[in-house]
Design a protein around this ligand. Structure first.
Ligand SMILES: O=C(O)CCC(=O)C(=O)O
Ligand SMILES: [Fe+2]
Length: 361
């Protein structure tokens, strides 16, 4: 059985033009998105992917930049990715168009089966485990895009007309970017390009998350997405071209990610944090709302579920003790959602830090 709140579509609530968010969306005072936020226009690191596939000197140079970006921020803005603007505009356009459909039309792809069973894939809201859970100000469509033979195509919307074709194309382009980035993450650490690619395995799973954040009259009370790290090796984000809202935690300060036009954003996810034995740390990030609607599309790149997630031996030693325990990739991905619903970090929730390093990691 799902809880009543699981079937609640935010867009329907928000379309009514309510002034005060319902209590289920309102965070406790100490958890609200208040406090200083720094503008990041000048500071976010940038990596030019075209240089990573260019001349060897350029690769070495850019891979060093990438390493330093990931060590300090756990993320970077991606330029030179070669994905046509038309594809990027097109896919954000169909994202918006999908959420503009009637509820009846969207519910053909519902993530609640027969009105009572939750599945991750499909249209709706994130999993609701308790009546006390504070809900995010966001509806989403979540689809497995890779491996291609595991797509549940009955959940891929037939309207807007080009959504399926664009998603297919975008998936392939993102995979290329991911491989180049994973390769450079390895070479930047002195390994061969295949180092991380081999560890994630052959049948990597990629999920696409299309998010729609309705306008909110009280952005001081709610989150579009509450603070979290990602259930991924890497995530590739395509952000709304006009409306910001994503913020990342740098040290103690929340930093606004500016609108990025046709650039993408790569984030380190929990799985890479574990595999790299915390050389690369997954950045905590969140989405705040505002008076304008916002859309985004995130691709979450996950390991082959048959693989184990564990720190690379080569990154473990006297200077860098083992930071995390090993866990099967499927168990990690499943456990992640239990943690997510409880607003906890998966690494802590799943008790993956050996006791003696708990404080240091
Ligand atoms: O919408 C965004 O900017 C980011 C959303 C996000 O962090 C997520 O879906 O994991
Ligand atoms: Fe995220």
């Amino acid at each position: 059985m799902v809880l009543e709140a699981q079937r609640q579509l935010l867009q329907e609530i928000a379309n009514g033009g309510i002034r005060e968010p319902p209590s289920q969306y309102v965070h406790r005072e100490e958890d609200r998105p208040t406090g200083a936020v720094m503008a990041a226009d000048m500071v976010l690191p940038t990596v030019d992917v075209s240089r990573l596939v260019g001349a060897p000197d350029d690769h070495v140079d850019e891979a060093a930049k990438l390493r330093s970006a990931l060590e300090s921020w756990g993320l970077f803005v991606v330029t030179g990715h070669g994905i046509p603007k038309e594809l990027l505009d097109g896919i954000l356009g169909v994202t918006r168009d999908f959420f503009y459909l009637t509820p009846e039309e969207k519910l053909k792809y519902s993530n609640v089966i027969d009105g009572n069973k939750f599945q991750h894939e499909g249209y709706g809201i994130d999993r609701v485990d308790t009546n006390e859970q504070i809900l995010d100000w966001c509806d989403r469509l979540y689809l497995k895009v890779q491996p291609e033979d595991e797509r549940q195509l009955e959940l891929w919307p037939s309207h807007p007309q080009f959504l399926t074709a664009l998603l297919h194309e975008y998936t392939r382009k993102c995979e290329q970017v991911t491989k180049v980035v994973l390769g450079a993450m390895a070479t930047g650490l002195g390994f061969t390009e295949e180092f991380f690619i081999d560890k994630v395995g052959e049948r990597v799973t990629t999920f696409a998350r299309f998010s729609y954040y309705p306008p909110c009259a009280r952005p001081d009370l709610v989150y579009g997405v509450k603070p979290h790290t990602d259930n991924s090796v890497l995530s590739i984000l395509l952000l709304d071209k006009d409306v910001g809202g994503l913020q990342v935690l740098k040290g103690e300060t929340w930093v606004d990610v500016p609108v990025l036009g046709h650039d993408l954003l790569v984030l380190v996810g929990d799985v890479m944090e574990i595999m790299s034995n915390a050389v690369f740390k997954a950045p905590v990030h969140r989405v705040v709302t505002g008076d304008k609607e916002r859309v985004s599309l995130v691709m979450f790149y996950r390991p082959d579920p048959r693989k184990d997630v564990e720190p690379a031996e080569e990154l473990t030693g006297e200077k860098r003790p083992l930071m995390y325990k090993r866990l099967n990739a499927r168990d990690f991905a499943d456990g992640f959602w239990d943690a997510y619903a409880a607003a906890k970090r998966a690494i802590d929730f799943l008790k993956l830090r050996p006791a003696e390093h708990g404080a240091a990691a």
